[in-house]
Write a protein that binds this ligand. Sequence first.
Ligand code: G
Ligand code: G
Ligand code: MN
Length: 397
Amino acid sequence: MMNRIFIVDDDSLTCNLLKTIVKPIFENVETFQHPRAFLTLSLQKKDIIILDLMMPDMDGIEVIRHLAGQKSKASLILISGYDSGVLHSAETLAVSCGLNVISTFTKPINTESLSCFLTSQSNKLAQIERVSTNNDSARPGKFDFIPTEQDLRNAIENKQLILYYQPQVNMKTEALHGAEVLVRWLHPEFGLIFPDKFIALAEQTGLIEQLSEEVIHLAVKQSVHWQKLNRATRLSINISAQNITSLKLPEQLRMLVKEYEIDPSMIVLELTESALMDSEVTSLDIFTRFRLKGFQLSIDDFGTGYSSLSQLHKIPFTELKIDQSFVTNMKQEKESAAIVETCIMLAHKLNMEVVAEGIEDKATWDLLLTEGCDIAQGYYIARPMPAEQFDKWQFKR
Ligand code: G
Ligand code: G
Ligand code: MN
């Protein structure tokens, strides 16, 4: 079935302009200058809506509320002539109501980037279509696979977890700085399963303890291997809030690095801000002990959580990772650029190194370099990859 695309904007000029951009990509396009008429349609999951926020008889936020009320699964693109701050708030609101916002654009609309975006969206939808029609409908496909606790327990026991490594480079020298360790589940039937499918499950069921133990073990073994080849690589490992409820973790880690004879300063533990929120006293104790044992501590996804500046000061972090969303948007959104700039300054004042993750192009790299960011991570440098491929990548550089 074909995708339908709806343009909802009170301004007829904008409607016509958008229609001209959309038509070559999605044939089935309709414009609405009155949101009420639009809301009488029965929408489907495959529909795409381009919605203006500022309309006289019913504004975009009201339309968002209605769509949320209908539990609409359609894809939403928000546009506005207001500043990007308003657009971003509307996006946050829509997402928190359960709507699927796929992009936002400020007016005047950059026709080229909208056209590019829609083309890639159209390709993606076609691909999903192919996968779902090719799948034997009697059997669950990879995309419907929802693991149970027992599935995950078996996976850990049967050594189905593998590690991918994403390079981090020093921005000034472009030398390799280290790698972030990202777990994957190599399922015998469904193939490669990403952590968004099983980390939350692990956290809810308590399996995160075994999962992290396995991840740390695999990472330490890889580290020994690289060290033997004279290619010692600093490894950043993600730690969940639930991991740090156990007071044993620092000691377990210390024993492990001792057994394998690796330098603890080559291990960076990445904690998200939400991890700091849960049980502040215990976590402060644990974090301090990690540092006393020589490990590095990084605060991950910085800027999205609720940590206060005083926490940042209390906990002995050595590194700050700016959340991807700010990095990805900094090129086109001055608010994100301001946040990135502030993070860099703050980290440096507190004697921490700054990592920018989610760098996808040269323009963003150049901006970050000018602003004095220390370390870069993102698809522009390289995607996460298995160890053997990481070796090849390093060799080719
Ligand atoms: O590439 P990617 O899809 O791997 O990672 C998605 C998310 O999963 C990231 O936010 C990352 O922090 C998390 N993640 C990846 N590996 C691990 C892990 O070993 N432990 C925990 N707790 N989280 C992980
Ligand atoms: O939350 P955490 O920072 O641990 O998650 C890292 C996640 O970011 C992983 O899922 C990784 O695959 C993903 N990632 C790494 N670089 C890029 C990038 O340049 N663009 C995007 N979209 N994702 C990235
Ligand atoms: Mn991380």
